[in-house]
Design a protein around this ligand. Structure first.
Ligand code: FMN
Ligand code: ADP
Length: 314
């Protein structure tokens, strides 16, 4: 898959089969549309193109509102789209100039002249152009004039897609990572480098790798303790993760940490991926480190039994 960080880099295709959208989560509903996109490209001898806006248009239109968090980073999304067989991913900044294009300019200049649109797959309610003034009517009018076809995704499918993205975000914000994984079709993950913490973990027998998330827009699940799997250096591990301010030691920052089982190595600076499998319990303020340590031993047993249950069910 070729990735373009703006439209200027794109070389017009002879037959572009295009869809436009954020595709946050690349969940079941999204994958259905993307698989239709790739099939249509194959059967028409064309190439599949996803046009996506980044940062999210809502952040440009309403910069004060930084509350909109994403299930996937742009890097995670690109990786999944590549696996699904998409040929071209255009990640275009949703600039003021871009948002000021009229529907007609957008269709002609961007979709047809720049990308080489021949088939478009969009939701029946897709809006575009200045003040979102363009819609299906404008697309269908231009289609015959400019020589492309439009395939509409029906209302039911669009609703399913919108509902699942919202439901996934809500589940994660409620700590329900198992439900999120069901909607996504894969476990939600966090990825980042291991940074230094307060070095207290090792003194109580539970060293915890602290992960820094570089993308401020990435959604972080609710505070709590989770059973996770960890991937690093092509190896997989199991472990227990903690998200919270560490009330027991009067911590001031919200940390993301993981104690990796059967592991004893210094990994500062290493990038690791944590897959969130199950919520175990809420964050608690203990009377001291001794009480926390006893709970951590119990958390470890609970995590091990969770994984045993999974192992026995396969
Ligand atoms: C599985 C797990 C559960 C945890 N639960 C709590 C908790 O309930 N309350 C709390 O204050 N800290 C909790 N912590 C965080 C510890 O306070 C933290 O790991 C410890 O302070 C070490 O921090 P350091 O890595 O900066 O040295 C938990 C950590 C882990 C790995
Ligand atoms: N089983 C393990 N799980 C997590 N980190 C480990 C483990 N074994 C060794 N480490 C190393 O120890 C560090 C965590 O120790 P800790 O005392 O909690 O220090 P810090 O406060 O800097 O995180 C990790 O960043 C990693 O480099």
């Amino acid at each position: 898959m070729k990735i373009y960080n703006n439209l200027a880099e794109f070389k017009r295709l002879d037959h572009a089969v295009v869809t436009i959208g954020t595709y946050d989560g690349v969940h079941f509903g999204h994958r259905k549309i993307i698989s239709r996109l790739c099939d249509l490209a194959k059967s028409n001898g064309g190439e599949s193109v996803i046009l996506t806006f980044f940062p999210h248009p809502r952040l440009i239109i309403d910069p004060e509102n930084q509350d909109l968090k994403m299930i996937n980073t742009i890097e995670e999304k690109a990786e999944m789209l590549e696996k699904l067989g998409v040929d071209h991913l255009i990640i275009t900044p949703f600039t003021r100039d871009f948002s000021n294009l009229s529907p007609d300019e957008y269709i002609r200049e961007i979709l047809v002249d720049t990308i080489g649109l021949k088939n478009l797959i969009v939701g029946y309610d897709h809006r575009f152009g200045k003040n979102r003034s363009g819609g299906m009517k404008e697309l269908l009018e231009s289609a015959s004039k400019l020589g492309f076809e439009v395939e509409q995704i029906d209302e039911q499918d669009i609703n399913d897609v919108a509902v699942s993205s919202t439901k996934i975000r809500e589940s994660l914000l409620n700590g329900n990572v198992a439900l999120a994984a069901t909607y996504l079709g894969y476990p939600f993950s966090l990825y980042g480098p291991v940074i230094k913490g307060d070095k207290i973990g090792r003194t109580i027998g539970f060293p915890t790798a602290n992960i820094f998330i570089e993308q401020a827009y990435k959604l972080i699940p609710s505070d709590g303790i989770y059973a996770v799997t960890i991937s690093m250096e092509n190896q997989n591990y199991r472990g227990m993760a903690y998200i919270g301010q560490r009330p027991t030691i009067n911590g001031m920052t919200r940390n993301i940490e993981v104690n990796i089982f059967d592991f004893d190595r210094e990994i500062y600076g290493q990038y690791i991926k944590m897959n969130f499998m199950e919520f175990l319990r809420h964050d608690v303020k203990f009377t001291g480190l001794e009480a926390l340590k006893i709970q951590l031993q119990k958390d470890k047993e609970d995590t091990i039994s969770y994984f045993e249950k999974i192992d026995n069910s396969i």
